[in-house]
Design a protein around this ligand. Structure first.
Ligand code: ADP
Ligand code: MG
Length: 471
């Protein structure tokens, strides 16, 4: 399997050791791109970029990282997604092994930009005390935000908070699905406040970074400085607060910070993927605080909003994309604005490469994969429900540990269908089936594949289910 590459040395992307097979390193590069798209630039730079792929041995990818602390963090928060992305690119990779490898003194230049908590504690502390706020993206302003029915409330609320110094809604809680503009709005507020009233201290930070800094403060026995930093701001913005789910100590700390700021009539702005009441794993007292002020939601996009966004962005990426093609994209890509942007950028790149205007046919071809992913998608819950109806068993059996054939087989069929009909990864599927391991899912998929080939009645069951689910 290990093809050796001869000839001239190929260029190496960052984050991999120089001894790797080309297929493997290409797969790792794509997995990294996928992780970057999923978690965003900031998280990617902090947690994924510091990983170096050392080798792939019997299905396990060995990834090295420079400290125990980073290792633990990545292992607790990202391991499953890394496996899933890697597995999606190279199916022989079924697990990862994170190893600590302390940096050599004369490391490659790209390594120097990576965080090295073990070796440069001092530098890191300095950074932590000098900026509690994460950098803001210069593209995310109110000017570049396209307003439509689905986001007008959130936009108006954000604008109001940004334009006025007296506190009207506290906190402002913005929620909505992925890629619908929450982070964009948060940055826009921060930019506007910094521009209007530069003396006010604005801190924008993701809940994840907040937690990371808090843990680091605990570790360096420096919680006083941490508290002081956060309590000294005039405007505190915490993005993606759902990330604090089940992180008790961080929530506790945030709760106190929150109260201290509210008491002093400082503005707090929070975003999440769900409304306060729908958040799970967040303490009741925090949820009730979130409900004190204004809760504004960003709804899924409509065709009209998608088209306006595309038109606004098409003007920025240069011409070459006719309205008809924009309409086609707005019609076909319904998931979120991030995907819409990705599609537009791809079309723009294509248009500039071929040097003439693109057509709908070209768009269909260039965007084949995204378009397919946007087709009516089947959920794991739907699959479970159908399978239970078909075999006349209870939904609870999908999550139970019972191994009796009468429930175990349908459960395996449901896992198989989840793998076949959704884009969910093995670990994600496992989680939806009573927190099972991804190897259990893999086993189920293999088993049902085998049975379909030799047992006509099972094959028929599966076919009926596929037809019903595809609708
Ligand atoms: P979220 O934080 O809700 O997951 P983001 O704010 O990161 O989403 O938005 C994803 C991408 O889509 C960003 O590049 C953002 O600029 C863009 N975007 C989202 N909504 C809009 C909008 N209404 N107008 C312009 N760009 C938008
Ligand atoms: Mg966001």
């Amino acid at each position: 399997m290990n093809k050796s590459v001869g000839g001239s040395p190929t260029e190496r992307a960052s984050g991999e050791s120089p001894k790797l097979d080309q297929t493997v390193s290409a797969a790792w590069a794509r997995a990294r791109a996928g992780l970057r798209a999923e978690f965003g630039e900031e998280a990617f730079r902090s947690w994924i970029n510091p990983l170096t792929l050392e080798a792939v041995r019997s299905g396990t990818a060995v990834l090295s990282i420079k400290s125990q602390f980073l290792r633990d963090w990545v292992s607790n928060n990202y391991a499953q997604r890394i496996v899933s992305h890697f597995n999606g690119e190279l199916s022989s990779v079924g697990s990862i092994d994170l190893v600590v490898k302390v940096a050599r003194p004369n490391a490659a230049p790209e390594d120097e930009t990576q965080p090295q908590p073990e070796t440069s504690k001092r530098a890191e502390e300095e950074e932590a005390t000098s900026q509690v706020s994460a950098p803001l993206d210069p593209r995310y302003t109110f000017d570049s935000f396209v307003v439509g029915k689905p986001n007008e409330l959130a936009y108006a609320a954000a604008r109001r908070v940004a334009e006025s110094e007296d506190i009207q809604f506290n906190p402002l809680f913005i929620h909505g699905g992925v890629g619908l503009g929450k982070t964009h709005l948060m940055h826009a507020i921060a930019w506007r406040i910094r521009q209007r009233t530069p003396w006010r201290r604005v801190a924008y930070i993701s809940a994840e970074k907040f937690m990371y800094q808090f843990i680091r403060a605990l570790r360096f026995k420096d919680t006083m400085a941490f508290k002081d930093e956060f309590r000294a701001v005039d405007v505190l913005m915490i993005d993606d607060v759902q990330f604090m789910a089940d992180k008790g100590a961080t929530q506790e700390e945030f709760f106190h910070t929150f109260n201290a700021l509210m008491d002093e009539r400082r503005q707090v702005i929070v975003s999440a993927d769900k409304s306060p009441s729908d958040l799970s794993g967040i303490e009741e007292r925090l949820i009730s605080r979130f409900n004190w002020g204004l809760v504004a939601d960003v709804h899924p996009t409509t065709y009209e909003l998608r088209l306006s966004i595309l038109q606004a962005k098409a003007a920025l990426v240069g011409g070459g994309i006719p309205d008809k093609v924009l309409e086609f994209i707005a019609h076909k890509i319904r998931s979120n604005v991030r995907e819409l942007e990705g599609a537009l950028n791809r079309m723009a790149a294509h248009a500039s490469l071929i040097g003439r205007t693109v057509t709908i046919e070209m768009a269909g071809e260039v965007l084949k994969d995204v378009l397919r992913a946007n087709e009516r998608h089947i959920t794991i819950e739907e699959i479970q429900r159908r399978v239970c109806e078909h075999f006349n068993i209870k939904m609870a059996e999908m999550h139970s540990a019972r191994r009796a054939r009468a429930v175990a087989r349908p459960r395996q069929i449901a896992m198989y269908l989840a793998k076949m009909l959704t884009s969910r990864s093995l670990p994600e599927i496992g989680r939806k089936f009573g927190k099972r391991d991804h190897t259990t899912v893999m086993h189920a998929v293999k088993k049902i594949e085998e049975l379909r080939a030799i047992d006509p009645s099972i094959n028929e069951d599966v076919e009926i289910l596929i037809r019903a689910l595809r609708g």
